[in-house]
Design a protein around this ligand. Structure first.
Ligand SMILES: [Zn+2]
Length: 475
């Protein structure tokens, strides 16, 4: 028996506490693996709600897991709470005004992401208790989504081994079922070691690590023409070898991000980029050391769960924004370019007919847009557990990802309404799965089919550990 209305009421009953949680986390923006205060907030809420809590989850001090219920299927709700550097911004204003402090800001809306996920998990816990149904709910508090691949490390630790389905969401401009498109991504450092010497008096004795970096970059830029069109390769000079042009640079490091449509293609592309590095070392008489920092897999979709999510979105209807929400969103919209706004519609695949600054529809499931494809560590979860994500409108149409405008809108009325809506959408899918074991069976069969040819292998080499950060001394 299922009662979606009942769990939505349970979401509403606790809404205020979780809106406050989201706003508090907004106000303590912490980046990858430094989320000590944010995870403490989530841990305190899990305990307050009566979950059985595992701190320092998977050996990651800023990860937490809470479980409730007994017997039945295990339903995972995934939350995040990491911020981004350089996106500090005052809330509820439509002009760029960073706050004093460390410069971090919630420019991807993970303050809402984590809070809504924890609210959905709490409502599910309360639902299980009220109905006496067998079933377990787990809230996974996942740090370092931005560049830290924490979920991929957690998958490698076996965190999702006995989970039946996983549900999550992401704040967005348009409300829809996530299309499950993302790129597999590996971050690697290439450190070249040569020999220093006087660049004028004894250049023949020097072996330049900087030359090697430059030649590697040239080689990779030629490689671009001969890789699949949806590959992405970018690099940043981490260490150019020094500031003295009259010294042959003995050490230099370049960091690469190598992205492919799927994890199998990424492995092949990684090998070609490594070959270019080895070639550059050979040319320059230097040595190269290659260090993988992190890696994530591409997302796998799951048709049965996507259909279930869509039914819940349709039942909820569009996010119920009000006039004040639209008024602020219109002010944000005035800071955006026409291209930004157009891109939002193109991405969602819906025509730009209305002039509303906030999404007033649920994008039909069959509509395929031109999604902007990045990478996410939800990808690795989706390879080992049937996984579904909603995208829920929380900010003005056209707001670019990772922008001060997202930070500015992170505590506004639209953000709060989107947060509650997202919790209901996730809770609704969980109730569907509890009521219908067939849904879980079909979602598992779907995953088995998608991974039949290439079973999951962690993209992270066994010796690579998460780049944990020290806990700051108490003030
Ligand atoms: Zn994000």
């Amino acid at each position: 028996m299922k009662n979606t209305e009942q769990i939505w009421d349970l979401v509403d009953a606790k809404r205020q506490g979780f809106l406050d949680l989201s706003d508090r986390v907004w106000g303590m923006p912490e980046i990858a693996y430094t989320e000590f205060k944010s995870v403490a907030e989530h841990t305190a809420m899990l305990k307050e709600q009566g979950f059985e809590v595992t701190e320092n989850y998977c050996g990651i001090p800023t990860a937490v897991m809470g479980e409730a219920g007994s017997g039945g299927p295990v339903i995972a709700i995934l939350g995040e709470y990491d911020a981004l550097p350089g996106l500090s911004q005052e809330a509820n204003i439509a002009e760029h005004r960073p706050l004093p402090g460390n410069g971090n800001g919630h420019g991807c809306g993970h303050n809402m992401l984590g809070s809504a996920a924890l609210l959905a998990a709490t409502a599910l816990k309360d639902y299980l208790a009220a109905t006496g149904q067998p079933g377990r709910v787990r809230y996974y508090g996942c740090p370092a989504e931005e560049g830290g691949a924490a979920k991929a490390f957690m998958v490698r630790e076996g965190a999702f081994k006995d989970v039946d389905i996983a549900i999550t969401w992401h704040p967005a401009a348009m409300t829809k079922v996530d299309e499950a498109l993302s790129l597999a991504n590996t971050r690697m450092d290439f450190t070249f070691t040569g020999r220093a010497s006087h660049a004028a008096a004894a250049p023949h004795l020097g072996r330049s690590a900087l030359d090697a970096v430059e030649l590697m970059n040239v080689g990779v830029n030629y490689l671009r023409e001969h890789v699949p069109a949806d590959s992405r390769i970018h690099y940043a000079m981490i260490d150019a070898g020094g500031v003295a042009p009259n010294v042959v640079q003995a050490k230099a490091t370049v960091r690469y991000a190598v992205r492919s449509r799927d994890v199998v293609g990424m492995r092949a592309l990684n090998e070609r980029v490594r070959d270019v590095a080895r070639g550059a070392a050979l040319m320059t008489g230097t040595q190269v050391e290659i260090k993988v920092l992190s890696a994530v897999s591409n997302l796998l979709g799951n048709t049965p769960l996507e259909e279930a999510m869509y039914q819940n979105l349709m039942r909820l209807g569009p996010v119920p924004f009000d006039a004040a929400d639209r008024e602020f969103a219109a002010k944000i919209r005035a800071t955006l370019s026409e291209q930004d706004i157009e891109a939002s519609y193109l991405r969602a695949g819906v025509p730009q007919t209305s002039d509303t600054p906030l999404c007033d529809l649920v994008v039909p499931l069959e509509v395929k847009g031109e999604p902007m494809i990045g990478s996410t560590d939800v990808g690795d979860v989706s390879w080992v557990v049937p996984t579904v994500q909603a995208r829920v409108a929380t900010h003005a149409i056209g707001t670019p990802g990772h922008s001060w405008q997202i930070t500015a809108q992170g505590k506004a009325g639209a953000a709060h309404k989107g947060l509650i809506y997202a919790a209901k959408a996730m809770a609704g899918v969980a109730v569907d799965a509890l009521a219908d074991p067939e849904l879980i069976a079909r979602s598992k069969a779907d995953l088995a089919k998608r991974t039949a040819r290439h079973p999951y292998v962690s993209p992270i080499p066994a010796e690579v550990q998460p780049p944990l950060q020290p806990r700051p001394a108490a003030a």
